[in-house]
Design a protein around this ligand. Sequence first.
Ligand SMILES: Nc1ncnc2c1ncn2[C@@H]1O[C@H](COP(=O)(O)OP(=O)(O)O)[C@@H](O)[C@H]1O
Ligand SMILES: CC(=O)N[C@@H](CCC(=O)OP(=O)(O)O)C(=O)O
Length: 312
Amino acid sequence: MATTHDPAEDDAAHHKAMLAKAETLTEALPYLQRYAGKTFVVKYGGHAMGDPDLAQDFAEDIVLLKAVGINPVVVHGGGPQIGRMLKALGIESKFVDGLRVTDKQTAEVAEMVLAGAINKELVSWIARAGGKAIGISGKDGGMVIARKVEAKKAPKAINDAESGETIVVDLGFVGEPARIDTTVIDTITGANMIPVIAPIGVGEDGETYNINADTMAGAIAAALGAARLFLLTDVPGVLDKERRLLTDLTPADITRLAEDGTISGGMIPKLETCVHAVEAGCEAAVVLDGRVPHAMLIEIFTARGAGTLIRA
Ligand SMILES: Nc1ncnc2c1ncn2[C@@H]1O[C@H](COP(=O)(O)OP(=O)(O)O)[C@@H](O)[C@H]1O
Ligand SMILES: CC(=O)N[C@@H](CCC(=O)OP(=O)(O)O)C(=O)O
């Protein structure tokens, strides 16, 4: 049986859909005006990279930011990927307070995976989305001079089970940025390309240092005086005890949330990084859900936003 079809109805539906698209763009207008010419540092974690759809969405978002006149600077992680490579080589991964205990061989593997495989994979994703990226590590152009992170007290999980004593662990070649020279970033951005940075630095001693990717991104955001530091993770943002999203936090709020145990685990160093960044020159930091497609665009270009905004 033939179905009837009213072309006028089609037109109305089409018109409505087009109008919704136009409204999305006009809603974005004030944000486009506000952010043109500004620098956004985006930390993309190793967990989010496993999913090719998310990686493609992420690359599209970065290319879109560039196309509307924002300067995105990507800093990536790759903890799970380093772990897999170490395992394949028969080396066990050990973490103390969220930092990988890094002997000489582990530092070599970390550099190979981060500055080699992952860095170039991200450059390729951005190229596929129509952007031009340059992949570098903190070593390039003398960008990040690292200092050794001092020995840490091991947490309960790896306390000496027999004696019950807390063990002090030398983290080896784990670094934090001591000095940052942004010349190489400015040069890449100035050439209208997107810097993609692996969290590896070089020490005054000439050694290679493995740097936590959140820490690296925060230090770079501060050095650049970035308008935003985005930390993409695997939760909707910072949650309260009832697991409701906290949309705005100050450094004082964060101290309180750490003291009353609302935040724990990996969220503590992540928020410490945000606090350090906003107190050292970055305008605001945002913790947001890297599992949500285009979370960054929603946060930047809509009134509602997404994630948790941290401001000094
Ligand atoms: N209050 C909180 N709100 C949200 N996440 C929290 C909170 N407290 C602890 N977390 C933990 O922090 C984790 C994010 O930190 P982390 O695992 O280091 O992220 P990533 O690997 O993406 O850098 C979350 O998966 C969650 O388990
Ligand atoms: C010192 C230290 O722990 N370095 C991290 C660097 C990678 C990283 O931070 O990756 P994610 O953001 O994916 O966790 C590591 O070796 O795993």
